[in-house]
Ligand binder design. Sequence first.
Ligand code: AMP
Ligand code: ZN
Length: 472
Amino acid sequence: MRLEGDRMKLYNTLTKKVEDFSTNEKGIVAMYTCGPTVYHFAHIGNLRTYIFEDILQKSLEYLGYEVKRVMNITDVGHMTSDGDTGEDKMQKGAEREHKTVYEIADFYTKAFMNDIDKLNIKLPGIVEKASDHIDTYIEMIQKLLEKDYAYQAGGNIYFDVSKFPNYYELSGKSGEDLLVGVREDVEEDKSKRNPADFGLWFTLSKFENQVMQWDSPWGRGYPGWHIECSGISYKYLGEYLDIHCGGVDNIFPHHTNEIAQSESFLGHKWCNYWCHGEHLNDNTGKMSKSKGEFLTLSLLESKGYEPLVYRLFCLNSHYRSQLVFSYEAIDATKNAYQKLLGRTAFIRDNRFGEKELDKIEKYEMEFKRALENDLNTANALTTLYDVLKSDCTNETKFCLIESFDRVLSLGLLKEEKLEYELEQYIETQIQKRNEAKKQKQYELADKIRSELLEKGIELKDGREGTTYTIKK
Ligand code: AMP
Ligand code: ZN
């Protein structure tokens, strides 16, 4: 039997090619996605990566696969540099807010869950905290030591990259190129055999103020950042992974190190497809938590952008292209989203006509072809617009919108979404009317008021400004 999903084509960072996708176990995808470091709010760049991963999972499900997906929550071990240098991010967060690392982790994990819920991102079936799996990391590190892939130096345990010949395969770069990125390590940690060696376990010798610590055969300490994903993936998905994802910054060193330690530990190839989402940039360059205006989903909301406007903004471009955020661009998307919701709401409320099965099949096929083409979400949206423009009955259109929204997840048929959009629309019209009155353009002001009235929205000017009532 040929699964629909067998046509899926995905770009694989490992081979640098778009490849036909196939799974180890027929019809089942074992998928691992690196989760957030919970020392601060996620910025909308981070959230772009989670939207891409959500689309990947939902596309595979739409094509007939069952997806077993695991995500970690990084609450220990991630340094301010993605190598082993700098401060511990969690520790930094705790100092910033005068809280314990546990409180920080708890607070920002909840904030993350809240964000992804607002973006209609499906929470992976298994979400695990890094600090809950210390035993698994210790078991893996012990085996890596036994197999001579790891060594103890200066109180810490390091992975010896010279023992893993394919170390640079994923990044496609030479050791020389990448040394630039780890130069800090060279100066700081003279106990390493090779500058590119990375930490598997740190003892107190590294950071004396580290709060999260556990006993280990090598002294009290804590795990390196990379081992957590190898450990959690091994524990919940076993020895073979189909897909591993993250943002492009994860390629080196994080995913490179994950491959080295997992394959050395397991003794065979670990993951077949490595999929990476490109970054969201602002006009000054890559968006990061430490730079400029901290662009969170809540900030966007406070400026009047509904979270799903941001989801649509991301879906309009391909996940492997850099995307530049600007308020002009998101304004255009906001407009487009309002129009889209207006059209889908009309169809929802006017479900007349036959259900035309041939047309449903045709458009669903087009939609699938777009997804199978390395997740071409822009083309998938074009198919949606084609349906709205088509001569299909509203019943057919309704069925197709419902079907596509299983992947797009734009809340296209939900009543309350329309209400939110309606509120935004009325507020904008009120502002326009106020502006017109200020400029003494009374005709325009009256026109706005009567247009709203025609739609059943009555404005009242009072001491609190302009309020409105909606006649049902
Ligand atoms: P972190 O919370 O720092 O561990 O990052 C969470 C996820 O966001 C990782 O998969 C990163 O690769 C990704 N990421 C970081 N910066 C950006 C960005 N500017 N645009 C898109 N994804 C990003
Ligand atoms: Zn990871």
